[in-house]
Write a protein that binds this ligand. Structure first.
Ligand SMILES: Cc1ncc(COP(=O)(O)O)c(C=O)c1O
Length: 386
């Protein structure tokens, strides 16, 4: 079924999405409405209500529903190929809230943190809400430059390093296995937290990513892996998890927020538990990977046809093309693309220094191949006129 979300534009808003009907927003990093698994969730909800168990409607255990964590740990053990202990998982309402909680518990206003340059712009907003001083560290094709991390450490003494190691938002890059190991060794040496946002880890199309940071958490109490169901099931569930050493889990589970409100999202956890146990999550990820791989190919074909001067590294997974348009000010370009009824995200958004001005982030997650081609064509027309 094709869901025509634009026809609801004059009705009260339900989603963050607000795109005029004749527009193609290639900047949109949300999943397509058509890829949201309504049927799987319907079946899971039926199973949940038939169980007649009211406990998930009670204040939940602080660390998160134990049955759900057990189902999730089985899934992760198979997916990562390494044992995941349910006692080392902590249920969250998604990566955004996990980052917010980590900032609350591990930082004070004015502290420094390190982020990749470029980085996920909305994480930068969360860090700004906590009045943190954001210090950016450059990346190359293998991910964040570890030598610069080490070099800047003495000066800034950051409270943590925030990285998106796999199919990064926005650059699509993946941190090499060697650098992952170097970062963990460095973090242990200097006793600094590494917050690894692994939200795209399972969306791998043409490359199997290296080991997740989650795999280091059993031995390294400096590593926190944050992850989410937003990209592999549905963002509206507001459900995610942290995998970390028992010392970190105890700190998280013991905070005032949870003592008062109980564990996060017990009702949704109970519902999604059935879906994970029945193999529905695995099935959905495999469906998404097939779908997104086709969209990635469509975007690549359209870029080579309509934007032959664009420079980019072909993403192997995730949602994004990080496109270099030498000599183009993407903030200015974005004003003009609107005349062509197409949108993008300008590179400067992802820079804590307002750099990356001649880059744009294009997403292939929100539209099917035909709209992707049409959007890139409009972008090409606009650039020809720039
Ligand atoms: C790197 C990254 N982290 C986190 C999020 C948001 O995650 P959640 O929906 O779990 O809060 C996004 C969404 O675009 C993202 O790209």
């Amino acid at each position: 079924m094709f869901f025509v979300y634009t026809s609801y534009m004059t009705e009260p808003s339900i989603t963050q999405i607000n795109i005029p009907a004749d527009f193609i927003d290639l900047g949109m990093g949300n999943p397509d409405f058509d890829l949201l698994p309504l049927d799987l969730l319907h079946q899971a909800a039926d199973r949940y209500f038939l169980s007649g168990d009211p406990r998930s409607l009670q204040y939940g255990m602080e660390q998160g529903d134990g049955y759900f964590r057990r189902a999730l740990s089985d899934f992760l053990t198979e997916a990562y190929g390494t044992d995941v202990d349910p006692d080392l998982l902590f249920v969250t309402t998604g990566v955004s809230s996990a980052l917010d909680l980590i900032c609350t518990l591990f930082t004070r206003p004015g502290d420094s943190i390190f982020v990749e340059e470029p980085s996920y712009f909305l994480a930068l907003r969360i860090f700004a809400d906590h009045d943190l001083r954001i210090v950016s560290i450059p990346m190359d094709d293998d991910g964040i430059c570890v030598d610069v991390l080490e070099e800047k450490f003495a000066k800034f003494r950051p409270k943590f390093v925030y990285i998106i190691p796999t199919f990064q938002n926005p650059s699509g890059r993946t941190l090499s296995q060697a650098r992952r190991e170097e970062i963990v060794a460095w973090a242990q040496r200097e006793n600094i937290l590494v917050v690894a946002d692994e939200v795209y880890h399972f969306l791998a199309y043409t490359q199997t990513p290296p080991e997740p940071f989650a795999a280091f958490t059993r031995d390294a109490d400096q590593v926190i892996s944050v992850n989410s169901f937003s990209k592999i099931l549905a963002p509206g569930l507001r459900l995610g998890w942290i995998q970390a050493h028992s010392k970190v889990i105890d700190r998280l589970a013991g905070c005032g927020l949870l003592e008062s409100g109980g564990g996060m999202n017990p009702y949704t956890s109970a519902l999604v538990r059935g879906l994970v146990e029945s193999g529905g999550l695995k099935e959905n990820i495999s469906h998404l990977c097939g779908e997104y791989a086709g969209r990635l190919n469509a975007m690549e074909a359209a870029l080579s046809r309509y934007l032959p001067t664009a420079k980019y590294t072909l993403p192997q997974g995730g949602f994004f093309f990080w496109v270099h348009l030498p000599g183009v000010d993407a903030t200015e370009l974005r004003r003009k693309t609107r005349e062509y009824k197409v949108d993008l995200r300008q590179g400067a958004l992802f820079s804590s220094r307002m750099e990356m001005r001649d880059y744009v982030r294009l997403s292939f997650c929100f539209y099917g191949p035909m709209a992707i081609e049409e959007g890139v064509k409009r972008l090409g027309d606009c650039l020809a006129d720039y």
